[in-house]
Design a binder for this molecule. Sequence first.
Ligand code: LRH
Ligand code: MN
Ligand code: MN
Length: 424
Amino acid sequence: MLVHKAAITAHNETHYAQHAKALAALKDRIADPERVIKLVQEFQVAIPSWALGTGGTRFGRFPGGGEPRSLEEKIEDVALLHRLNQGSGAISLHIPWDIPSNPKAIRELASSHGLRFDAVNSNTFQDQPGQAHSYKFGSLQHLNEQVRRQAIEHNMEVIRHGEALGSQALTVWLSDGSCFPGQLNFRKAFQRTLESLQEIYAALPKDWKMFVEYKAFEPNFYSMTVGDWGQSYLYASKLGPQAYTLVDLGHHLPNANIEQIVSLLLMEGKLAGFHFNDSKYGDDDLTVGSINPYQLFLIFNELVEGMDARGMNHAADLGWMIDASHNVKDPLEDLLQSVEAIRLAYAQALLVDQAALRQAQENNDVAAAQEILQEVYRTDLRPLVAEARLRSGGALRPLDLFREAGVRKALIAQRGYHAHTTGL
Ligand code: LRH
Ligand code: MN
Ligand code: MN
């Protein structure tokens, strides 16, 4: 096992004095820091099994070495992240990229590391070897009933895999759509997709949710059959109470007001949760918080306000998942940065003075409203998030410890330069 408890303790001793000083100074400035620390400790983010290796672009792939060669090794990597940050206690699988051949053993391995399985993802956007019918012209929307049947059955199989692992949600993301005007009858494509989703919905266990993920464009560049939150919301509403809309931050047209979308989906009780990433141009899948951390904070501000208004449990009632992948960073370092960015935005949102904000809104005091939000956004809350990690047994500085402990070198020595062959 890489990075034992003893290494974390030694690391924390080295950094403790400096941390304690920064924390004390911060605690003097903010209201109820203990509440924030506790809520951040509880807040866990799921790591996608497809982000543990270096991602590719459609032009090239530059594997960094030491990448996991099996689902077991992917779980080992998530366990390592979780030991370091105590904030990534879940894993989200994409099937068939990761098929648990021995689900019982996989489930035990995960739970021995304190990990659970978040939503399982189906994949009808690629043809798999030996598959009878092609998804070139769509899957659940396809004109041919046999293609739709194949895609429906795949989703049912994913549910069965998820059940064996203790997962409780199915995420359906469809690349279905059209690339050119005139290619598709939008209304009929919607109807066929809805009917296919209804069959999958009927196969959901009673305590499961279906997450309908939308995306504005790519790989279809003229229309997407689940192209925005309105369309996803339509499907989710027509499907029933177990269906919800999943927000992937990169799946919007530029400058979309994602926080407003989030607020309204929450209001309607139809928000599933998130695929966290960041984007400058499109579905860039960049590290969450790397481009627009203010937007991330504004989203969390709506989440905290809206979830509290509905009496929801922040940690448990929505799906918190990362969906990012790229070419140039160590994927594990990148995931440590991701979880940190998410927890930081959450901590900031927890400290927004909601009563003062409400009052500013009621008085049309626009400047005061901005000041209230930016007061917390511009306060450095990293010591609070670090304290949450420390109290849960994680490292004060996970990324530094990852480097000091030579994790990547050790992984390369164990696993070699094998590049993962599935995924993006
Ligand atoms: C599509 C998407 C979707 C897929 C994942 C690999 O762009 O966001 O969630 O399952 O990427
Ligand atoms: Mn996604
Ligand atoms: Mn995406």
